[in-house]
Design a protein around this ligand. Sequence first.
Ligand code: TYC
Length: 108
Amino acid sequence: MSTRRDPYTDTDEGPVVEETRPKLKKPKLYKVLLLNDDYTPMEFVVEVLERFFGKRREQAVQIMLHVHQKGVGVCGVYTHDIGETKVRQVMDCARERQYPLQCTMEPE
Ligand code: TYC
């Protein structure tokens, strides 16, 4: 909030109060998930996590093993547009190599 005076019209009957709080909403966030399968090589999944999700090798291996053991795991949390791009990049890359790797996203 702030106060402002217009020197021409203001009759000095108290402060002019304006709402200046910006109306910004927090963007909804989405988890990008990798799904396990029996055919995609572990090394390829680790490389995907490094290349598209910015993970260091150690963390990429941890996430890959989590997915391998539990069936699904989170690669990262993003806004809708960024998450969608990551999913497309992973799916395109896997398709190119003819691996059945699946990547999806869901609201956080
Ligand atoms: N289960 C795969 C294997 O044994 C490895 C793997 C891990 C595949 C994670 C997909 O999202 C995945 N080669």
